[in-house]
Design a protein around this ligand. Structure first.
Ligand SMILES: Nc1ncnc2c1ncn2[C@@H]1O[C@H](COP(=O)(O)OP(=O)(O)OP(=O)(O)O)[C@@H](O)[C@H]1O
Ligand SMILES: [Mg+2]
Length: 352
C-alpha cells in the first residue's frame, strides 16, 4: 500500500484517519499474504527496498519493495509520476496509478461509449456560449470546478418564473441571488473560469425536501474482474445544492431511501450497479490500471441513473456512516483480494 509518509506516521501512533490499516492487514492475512505500507519518499532505489510499516507494530522497518502496489496517494507531482514509472520498470505492478483526473476528461472518455450517453449530463467547459446553449435546453445548470473541490465553488443556476437564480455553495453555506443571463459566467473570477465546467442539472430525487445522490463502490476483485461492492445515499443539508458530507450532507442506507420512494429496491440497485460497471469498463479503456472507484450516481424521479462523477480515492467512510459496516469493510477487503490475485498471476507467470 502506497501512502503519504505523514499518514503512515500518524496511523502508527494510533492517530485517527478514514484509512483503516487493520482491515487491509486482515484481508491479506486471510489469504496468507502480508501487507506493507510505504511511501515513495522512503524507497531505497539502489537496494530495492522501502522503509515502511506492517500495519501492526509501531516501528519503521525496511523490506523489499512489494511486487503489487496499491496507490492511495495523490500522485500529481512530476517527481511522484517519475518514481512510479521507475517502479513499473522494475517490474512492479502499480494499481490506481492515476488518481487525479479532471471531470472534463472523465466526461470526454465516457462520451466515447455511446451506450452511456443517456446517463451523462450534457457537459462543456465554461464559456458564455456554452452557458447560453445549455440554459436554453435545461431548467437548471451546474457550474463546477473541473478538479476536486469537495463541493466548494459549485454553483447551481435555475430558471424560475421571475428570472434566473444562482445558488453558490461555500463550505456548505448556500448563497442565493438573481443573475442576468450575461452575468452567469462572471460569477466565476476570470482566472478560475478556465478550470470550470458547465453541466446540465439533474433533477435529483429528494428526501425530506433535500436532494439525494449515491456513492457507488465499483472495485476489481479476487477474480480480476470489476465488481459492484455496494451503494449508499448522500442526503444534502437543507437548502444545499450539493450532497457532499463535507458540506453538511448526511449518509443514509440506499435501501431505506428506495423504500421511502416506494421503489423496487433490488431492481433499482441492479440498474445502478450495471451502470457503475459499464462506467468502470469505459474508464479503464483510457485509464489502464484503475481498480478502485467511488462513483457519484444520481437518480431522477423515473429512477433513471445519471453519472455525476468518479472518485479515484474513495474515502469509503460514507458506508460506515450510514451503518453499512459490512459493505464498508468490503471496500477495504476487495482491493487487497484483487492485489493478491495479481500477485499470484504474476508469480505464476501469467500475463495480467
Ligand atoms: N449535474 C448535476 N446535477 C445535479 N446535481 C449535481 C450535478 N453535479 C453535481 N451535483 C451535486 O453536487 C455534488 C458535488 O458535485 P461533484 O460530485 O461533481 O463534485 P465534488 O464532489 O465537489 O468533486 P470532488 O469529489 O472531485 O471533490 C454532487 O454530489 C451532487 O449532489
Ligand atoms: Mg462528489
Amino acid at each position: 500500500m502506497m501512502y503519504p509518509r505523514d499518514l503512515i506516521a500518524r496511523l502508527m501512533r494510533g492517530g485517527r484517519s478514514f484509512e483503516k490499516p487493520a482491515l487491509y492487514v486482515a484481508a491479506a492475512r486471510e489469504l496468507g499474504e502480508e501487507m506493507w505500507f510505504f511511501s515513495l519518499a522512503d524507497v531505497d532505489w539502489k537496494r530495492g527496498t522501502a522503509r515502511g510499516w506492517n500495519g501492526v507494530d509501531p516501528v519503521w522497518q525496511r523490506r523489499p519493495i512489494p511486487e503489487v502496489i496499491l496507490n492511495r496517494t495523490r500522485t500529481t507531482r512530476p517527481s511522484a509520476r517519475r518514481a512510479i514509472l521507475r517502479l513499473k520498470r522494475m517490474g512492479k505492478l502499480v494499481r490506481n496509478e492515476r488518481n487525479v483526473v479532471s471531470k472534463l476528461t472523465i466526461h470526454r472518455i465516457l462520451s466515447r461509449d455511446e451506450s452511456l450517453h443517456p446517463h451523462l449530463p450534457e457537459t462543456a467547459s465554461l464559456s458564455s456560449r456554452a452557458v447560453a446553449e445549455l440554459l436554453g435546453r435545461n431548467r437548471s445548470l451546474y457550474l463546477k470546478p473541473s478538479r476536486a473541490s469537495v463541493g466548494n465553488g459549485i454553483i447551481r443556476i435555475s430558471k424560475a418564473a421571475d428570472g434566473t437564480y444562482a445558488e453558490v455553495n461555500r463550505l456548505g453555506r448556500t448563497i442565493r441571488r438573481r443573475v442576468g443571463a450575461n452575468g452567469i459566467v462572471r460569477l466565476i473570477g476570470k482566472r478560475r473560469r478556465r478550470s470550470y465546467l458547465v453541466q446540465q442539472g439533474i433533477p435529483l430525487m429528494k428526501y425530506d425536501g433535500r436532494p439525494v445522490d449515491f456513492r457507488v463502490s465499483i472495485q476489481k476483485g479476487e477474480d480480476g474482474r470489476w465488481q459492484y461492492t455496494g451503494m449508499v445515499g448522500k442526503v444534502a443539508r437543507k437548502r444545499a445544492v450539493v450532497t457532499n458530507l463535507h458540506c453538511g450532507g448526511q449518509s443514509m442506507k440506499a435501501s431505506a431511501l428506495f423504500e421511502a420512494w416506494g421503489w423496487d429496491a433490488s431492481a433499482v440497485e441492479a440498474r445502478v450497479a450495471a451502470l457503475g460497471l459499464r462506467v468502470a469498463e469505459a474508464l479503464e479503456r483510457s485509464l489502464p490500471g484503475i481498480s478502485d472507484l467511488g462513483l457519484d450516481i444520481a437518480l431522477d424521479d423515473a429512477a433513471h441513473p445519471w453519472f455525476i462523477e468518479a472518485n479515484f480515492r474513495d474515502l469509503r467512510i460514507t458506508f460506515r456512516d450510514a451503518g453499512e459496516r459490512e459493505t464498508w469493510a468490503s471496500t477495504f477487503r476487495t482491493p487487497v483480494r484483487h492485489a493478491v490475485y495479481l500477485l499470484r498471476a504474476k508469480n505464476g507467470g501469467a500475463a495480467t
